[in-house]
Design a protein around this ligand. Sequence first.
Ligand code: UD1
Ligand code: MG
Length: 467
Amino acid sequence: MKIVCVILAAGLGKRMNSAVPKVLHRICGVPMLQSVINTARKLKPEKIVVVAGKHIDMLKKTVAADDVLFVRQKKAKGTAHALASARQALKNFRNVIIVMNGDSPLVTDDTIRRFLKLHLRGRNSVSVISFTAVDPSSYGRIVRSDSGKVLSIVEEKDADRMQKNIHEVNSGVYAINHDALCLLDDIKMNSAKGEYYLTDIVALSSKKGLKTAAFCIGSDDEFMGVNTREELSRASQLMKKNIINKWIGKGVSFLDPQTVFVHYDVHIGRDTTIYPNVFLEGNTKIGRGTTIYPNVRVKDGFIGSNVVIKDSSVIEGSTIKDRASIGPFAHIRPGSEIGNEARIGNFVELKKAVIGRMSKASHLSYLGDAKIGERVNIGAGTITCNYDGERKHSTIIDNGVFVGSDSQLIAPLRIGKGAYIGAGSTITKDVPPSALALSRVVQKNIMDWAKKRSGMKNKMSKSRNKK
Ligand code: UD1
Ligand code: MG
């Protein structure tokens, strides 16, 4: 069956109290509208139409794709007016239109597919998914006759006391046959809000004797609409739980899943263990058998297998290869690549640094714009001085180099294969392979200096006491 999905996303979202359009607020790293588009895409529709309002350019910039057509609703005059704005785009289409709200990011394609089957089997003109809400106050109530026939949908503001007690509510997902779209012309403006409500299509269709139904197949969690910040955080919690349960099912261990955040696009390999308070964000991929200790944040990171990321480390836009060890308290900034079995220890900051296989920077270092070979030892407190106040320069350290502690490497610089840098050196010139580079003052020992000093002190205090 050919369908078209129309996603309503032009509302003002006033209840969010935000400069960001409501449907672009993110849930588990993905703008709500993107989640709805992803769901629509899985239904393989002929077209996906997004109805956007004054923020159309922002929406396009964030979620534009070849299979998404944007139409403009000039003024936010309600959900029926929004669908009417898409009519031109639906002109030549002769089948079922699935309408979805851009603020319901948890809806699944499975439920909509089931709904579409019911709509087609019933040969309905208009159908809607309903669900039972514990607190129905932010949804339209489904009003049925004594025999159970759907009569109308009534919004909270227009509901009488009896209707307010109804817990069966409108999900905002509709199936409308193309020939029932003309009902939109008969929808009157709702006087309480000055808007045209799409919900009224149900009463109009039912009154005209067209087959109309509400299928109560939704759940409170799946169909929650996000209108406020409080609902945004509840939706985030729900999606996060779904994501973590998916990875648990695929063999990932979470010591305390409630405290872990995993974005929608993250991938985690089998037998990986995640400790509490870990954030896995963006396009992060983690291999198998890796351990991530508490308070770690990884954003757009490619982490290999059997890696250990110790407590309180941050990894952004970088690759960590198999069996490497990071942290505790390491900061791996974008553009870095840590080779197999390499070790980056406490208070080490990397930026655009490539660290070769089995190399080590175990303590208190800054390595920026650096290319470091294999089996290199970077001593504690080493700094690549990559910035001259105007430009960045790179440091190249070849295989097998030993950099002594507390060295400053003033870039641009190359340290040849197997060279040694004496601790405490400031290196300003290239070092040839196998050389020892030293730049510190030669040590001078003054014999018996300490004894003489204490003798002096005793003399001085005696003469002070006499006075
Ligand atoms: C709407 C339904 C309500 C349903 C609930 C489900 C109406 C009148 N009410 O209420 O019955 O239970 O969704 O979550 O339809 N929009 C536009 N243009 C507009 C106004 C809204 O495109 O002029 C879009 C919004 O961006 C949003 C969607 O339509 O994505 C729903 O609008 P919203 O204002 O959130 O309606 P609700 O009050 O949640
Ligand atoms: Mg809403």
